[in-house]
Design a protein around this ligand. Structure first.
Ligand SMILES: Cc1cc2nc3c(=O)[nH]c(=O)nc-3n(C[C@H](O)[C@H](O)[C@H](O)COP(=O)(O)OP(=O)(O)OC[C@H]3O[C@@H](n4cnc5c(N)ncnc54)[C@H](O)[C@@H]3O)c2cc1C
Length: 325
């Protein structure tokens, strides 16, 4: 059941910051995650602050030195369908197209996709788990088929976003504004691992808003992809996923950035895969070695060891697809 809250729709960021000063204020973008959280009482809000009248937060545009800026309120449908994103930042277009269903992509925004709450059924359900201020993570001894195999420490969620790993692979910067001014963080530093703080998902402080996501200029030889495996063909979150951004020179990999989804509490950078493929030709031997390296440090729980061969398989598949493109 939804409890009562005040709903405001400011016309500027400055006005929004005033409304967001109290701890019980929440940002509303598309609302596809926020309203579910309020209904299920994952957290409370006394005031919901819609960003929808702030026009500067919308749209995709080229910025200085060939960079690309995507406003936080840009919908996932717009990201997935933009011709420049598809051409130069393929992994992001593919990832946005993999989120949920057409209806949710019409409504859901890129900023909301990065800031959404985890989908752990204990966290979302009527359980006073560690992340909600309780004493334990119920997934450790409970139903953990969809939980993490990397980076679990005290809390074993997986990060639910499809676009975050793609943005990580592409080297995105997240631009943030708040009552104290502007700042930017790399995508890979934006999310908080449980080892740092198991009660937070992002580095946003009180009243701060993601305003834009910025991508570096397209580089010659860049090939990127996003592949997600889900339990069913219809809308679903990733069981495992991989975002690759490789810069090829001739038939060799000059630079690689690899992020995994569905396997860790944050978009998980696989430096192991990056190290194996950098400087190498992507032949079957290297690809198989890279996929093996990716899973070496996995620590499955009781019911999710199936993620290991699945992950190995899609890493091989995607590296070979890039090599043969
Ligand atoms: C049935 C279903 C299936 C889904 N499947 C997927 C999936 O397969 N993959 C996937 O990645 N996601 C999935 N989602 C999750 C989610 O709805 C989408 O990711 C969507 O992009 C969230 O965006 P939104 O604009 O609706 O966010 P909102 O619901 O408005 O906000 C989400 C959270 O982010 C905060 N927030 C929003 N925008 C900002 C901002 N600019 N600055 C600071 N904080 C902000 C809000 O306060 C809230 O806590 C699914 C959701 C549902 C309901």
């Amino acid at each position: 059941m939804l409890t009562n809250f005040t709903y405001v729709r400011p016309n500027s960021l400055e006005e929004a910051f005033k409304h967001l000063s109290s701890e019980k204020s929440r940002v509303h973008a598309g609302g596809t995650d926020l309203l579910g959280c309020l209904r299920d009482q994952v957290f409370e809000a006394s005031r919901v602050v819609s960003l929808n009248n702030i026009k500067s937060l919308r749209g995709i545009k080229k910025s200085t030195h060939g960079r690309m800026r995507l406003g936080a309120l840009t919908t996932l449908r717009e990201v997935a369908g933009d011709s420049e994103v598809k051409k130069h930042y393929t992994a992001l277009a593919l990832a946005a197209a993999e989120v949920a269903s057409p209806q949710l992509r019409n409504q859901g925004t890129l900023g909301g996709n990065l800031c959404q709450k985890p989908r752990c059924w204990y966290y979302r359900g009527a359980f006073h788990c560690l992340r909600k201020g309780g004493e334990e993570c119920f997934a450790v001894a409970g139903e953990n088929a969809f939980h993490c195999i990397f980076g679990g420490e005290s809390c074993y969620i997986v990060h639910p976003s499809d676009t975050a790993p793609a943005l990580g692979a592409l080297g995105a910067q997240i631009h943030i504004r708040g009552p104290k001014g502007k700042r930017s963080v790399a995508l890979e530093d934006f999310h908080v691992p449980p080892s740092d703080d198991y009660t937070k998902e992002t580095r946003l402080g009180q009243g701060e808003i993601v305003t834009e996501i910025e991508l570096p200029p397209p580089v010659e030889g860049l090939r990127s992809s996003y592949r997600k495996v889900r339990a069913r063909q219809s809308w679903d979150f990733a069981l495992v996923g991989v975002a690759l951004a490789l810069i090829l020179k001739g038939d060799k990999v000059q630079k690689a950035r690899v992020f995994l989804s569905g396997v860790a509490p944050v978009p998980w950078r696989s430096r192991e895969v990056e190290e194996v493929v950098t400087g190498k030709k992507l032949d079957e031997g290297i690809v198989s070695k890279a996929a093996e390296a990716a899973v070496q440090k996995a620590k499955p729980l009781g019911q999710n060891a199936y993620k290991i061969p699945l992950l190995r398989g899609i890493i091989e598949e995607q590296l070979l697809a890039i090599a043969r493109a």
